[in-house]
Design a protein around this ligand. Structure first.
Ligand SMILES: *[C@@H]1O[C@H](CO)[C@@H](O)[C@H](O)[C@H]1NC(C)=O
Ligand SMILES: *[C@@H]1O[C@H](CO)[C@@H](O)[C@H](O)[C@H]1NC(C)=O
Length: 143
């Protein structure tokens, strides 16, 4: 009886420890990135996001709405790809890779942020979230 109780407490301790470390912080050597995708197209758009390890599935973003994703940067090889649909239009591009990380990184500790703006003429990237067009760089057009 005592042993079983001890085992249960041990299991609870292990799960609470590991749940906390995986959900509330990145390891010190990995940056916590948050990427915001704002839809400035006057229609719903659909984005399908995939990383090298995970398929995050489809999200619909309503006009003026923001979709965000947060992840711990890998030591090497962080890559998130976005597949976008706007009605019959389709485009795909890297949302996060080594080059984009270099553009968005502001410091070398703590949380980092990167911003995407989807407009009728294409996809814009910025390290800060200023009103368009300040600081925004067009990375790709809709076809
Ligand atoms: C990462 O940063 C975001 C935005 O600041 C925050 O909400 C989130 O809790 C952080 N996640 C981790 C794993 O530190
Ligand atoms: C994601 O959405 C697109 C466009 O609406 C659709 O063609 C595709 O089949 C969807 N994929 C999944 C996995 O639901």
């Amino acid at each position: 009886m005592m042993n079983q109780k001890a085992l249960i407490f041990f299991a609870l301790f292990i799960s609470s420890c590991c749940l906390v470390t995986t959900t509330s912080a990145c390891p010190f050597y990995k940056t916590n990135w948050t990427v915001y995708i704002t839809n400035q197209v006057p229609d719903n758009i659909v984005v399908h996001i995939k990383s090298t390890d995970h398929d995050l599935g489809n999200y619909t973003i309503a006009p003026t709405h923001v979709h965000s994703l947060t992840f711990c940067q890998k030591v090497v090889g962080t890559h998130f790809h976005g597949y976008f649909w706007w009605g019959s239009k389709y485009q795909s591009l890297a949302l996060m890779d080594a080059e984009i990380i270099k553009k968005c990184r502001k410091r070398f500790a703590g949380n980092e942020y990167c911003y995407w703006l989807v407009r009728t003429d294409g996809f814009y990237l910025s390290a800060s979230n200023q009103p368009f067009p300040y600081g925004w760089v067009k990375k790709k057009a809709w076809p």
